[in-house]
Design a protein around this ligand. Structure first.
Ligand code: NAD
Ligand code: MG
Length: 496
């Protein structure tokens, strides 16, 4: 490993050479912060490199750069030109797809196959999708007496974003793409645990020719850098993804400063209802992916599996068998399904929940232990006979841990599914269309998957009911988060 100013050369354990950007990306330059943060490789617990952390001076500089870019350049840039910058960026993401995937896997610990086939692919896809919207955001003409009334859907100006570590580049895309497409400039704060992939994207933003200041990417600790951004008076909107507790803090900071608009994408404890008439093998494959995808570090993970009593025992037996074959391994190996958890803190938290589950009397049917000798690996863990009032049934664990329980009737299934403060997602497995359509109406969640789980698309909305959040990301719906409506009324008649 060698480091020069804001670049660290690093070779992965499987021999891939990387040049890692480590500066803050402000005004199209990589610059220093007021301190540094070490980022760790979760596969072995060793430090990869240090990145710059933004303090007050750098947060102000990033916001000022965004404000200047908005006033002087971006607000005067045509939608077609904005589209072209975004398409160019997507093309560069495709060109550097492998390098970005390697960085994502190194910093986060997710299997390389998933970085390639999901995270980085969807990064490009999301940018392309919103590039297509740039020239399709428009208002209406409204019939009114004595005046011509028309609406304009105007950008907010400077938008802030704070993202987590579980899908670093994908969360970046979900925030920056609709914001840029609607004509805003952005300051985004990445997670201190996974800053590296976004900084690679930053280099591509510069190469794509975006005007300086349009997109600024900074990192730093949440309670410092994140809080400064959430409180900044020149930031007109803040989009946050992360824990429900921090979501509350972000909303409070917004309320206490300038009442900036807030969208929140928070936690979940999503139910997965599996009925007697389901295709059992299919349900098992999806249930497995639904919870263990990304090592359980997915806000919409199907972590509460409720199985109808007629197939309960058979489900448990087959689900255990299927799960015990999960390919755990080094994240940089193609065959790996499950790599390490992101950090020692997350590892400890999850192991704490596993302990609590055992103490509160749930049956540990599979897993529950560390995997391997180094890194933050946890075996895929299944608890059965989990009661509604047990901690592991109620709280978001954010690890490879699933709770399984039994139900009798459709009504009971719905009552259990909705027995949570969260409402991000849900799934139903049944061969009866009538039942699926009926129950999809009755579940209180932003997504209902039918005979699948965790299937996401850039053009469909994603977001939570209840304490899972405010607002919807993705699709046409997300455009509203980044625009404000103005009505213009022009007199057409003289006053009486
Ligand atoms: P977090 O909510 O603490 O962090 C998310 C982001 O918010 C990070 O960028 C962080 O730096 C920032 N942040 C932290 N404190 C802040 C503050 N006071 N003001 C502004 N920004 C702040 O999440 P975490 O600590 O990384 O993980 C803890 C738990 O959160 C997880 O176990 C999981 O339950 C949940 N989580 C959910 C999601 C999701 O996608 N819904 C993602 C990550 C974590
Ligand atoms: Mg890391």
């Amino acid at each position: 490993m060698t480091a020069s100013k804001f670049i660290t050369e690093y070779t992965t354990e499987r021999g891939y050479d990387l040049k890692l950007q480590t500066g803050l990306f402000i005004n199209n330059e990589f610059v220093g912060g007021d301190s540094q943060i070490e980022t760790v490789n979760p596969a072995n617990g060793k430090v990869i490199c240090k990145v710059e952390a933004a303090g007050e001076e750098q947060v102000n500089a990033a916001v000022d750069a965004a404000e200047k870019a908005f006033e002087e350049v971006w607000s005067k840039t045509t939608p077609q030109k904005r589209r072209d910058y975004m398409l160019k960026l997507a093309t560069l993401v495709d060109r550097d797809h492998e390098e970005l995937s390697q960085i994502e896997t190194l910093d986060n610990g997710k299997g390389i196959t998933f970085s390639r086939g999901f995270d980085v692919r969807e990064l490009a896809e999301c940018i392309r999708y919103y590039a297509g919207w740039t020239d399709k955001v428009h208002g209406k003409v409204i019939e009114t007496e004595g005046v011509l009334s028309y609406t304009r859907h105007e950008p907010i100006g400077v938008c802030g974003a704070i993202i987590p570590w579980n899908f670093p580049v994908l969360m970046l895309a979900w925030k920056i793409a609709p914001a840029l497409a609607t004509g805003n400039c952005v300051v985004i704060k990445t997670s201190e645990l996974t800053p590296l992939s976004a900084l690679k994207v930053a280099a591509l933003v510069k190469e794509a020719g975006f005007p300086p200041g349009v997109l600024n990417i900074i990192t730093g600790y949440g309670h410092i850098t994140g809080d400064l951004l959430a409180r900044h008076k020149k930031v007109g909107k803040i989009a946050f993804t992360g824990s429900t507790n921090v979501g509350r803090l972000v909303m409070k900071a917004a309320a206490e400063s300038n009442l900036k608009k807030v969208t929140l994408e928070l936690g979940g404890k999503s139910p997965n209802l599996i009925f007697d008439d389901a295709d059992l093998d299919l349900a098992i494959k999806w249930a497995f992916r639904g919870v263990f995808f990304n090592h359980g570090q997915t806000c919409c993970a199907g972590t509460r599996i409720y199985v109808q009593e007629g197939i309960y025992d058979k489900f448990i037996e087959k689900f255990k068998e299927h799960t015990s074959k999960a390919n755990i391994g080094h994240p940089h190996d193609d065959a790996t399904f499950q790599g390490p958890q992101v950090s020692q803190t997350q590892y400890d938290r999850i192991m704490g929940y596993i302990d609590t589950g055992k103490k509160e009397g749930a049956t540990l049917a599979l897993g529950g232990k560390r995997w391997g000798e180094e890194g933050y690996y946890i075996e895929p863990t299944i608890f059965t006979d989990v009661k509604e009032d047990m901690t592991i049934m109620k709280e978001e664990i954010f690890g490879p841990v699933v709770c399984v329980s039994k139900f009798k009737t459709d009504d009971e299934a719905i009552q259990l599914a909705n027995n949570t403060n969260y409402g991000l997602a849900s799934a139903i497995f049944s061969e009866s269309n009538r039942r699926c359509i009926e129950l999809a109406k009755r579940i209180k969640a932003g997504t209902v998957w039918v005979n699948c789980v965790n299937v996401l698309h850039a053009n469909t909305p994603f977001g939570g009911f209840k304490e899972s959040g405010i607002g919807r990301e993705n699709g046409e719906y997300a455009l509203d988060n980044y625009t404000q409506v103005k009505v213009v009324k022009m007199a057409t008649t003289l006053p009486a």
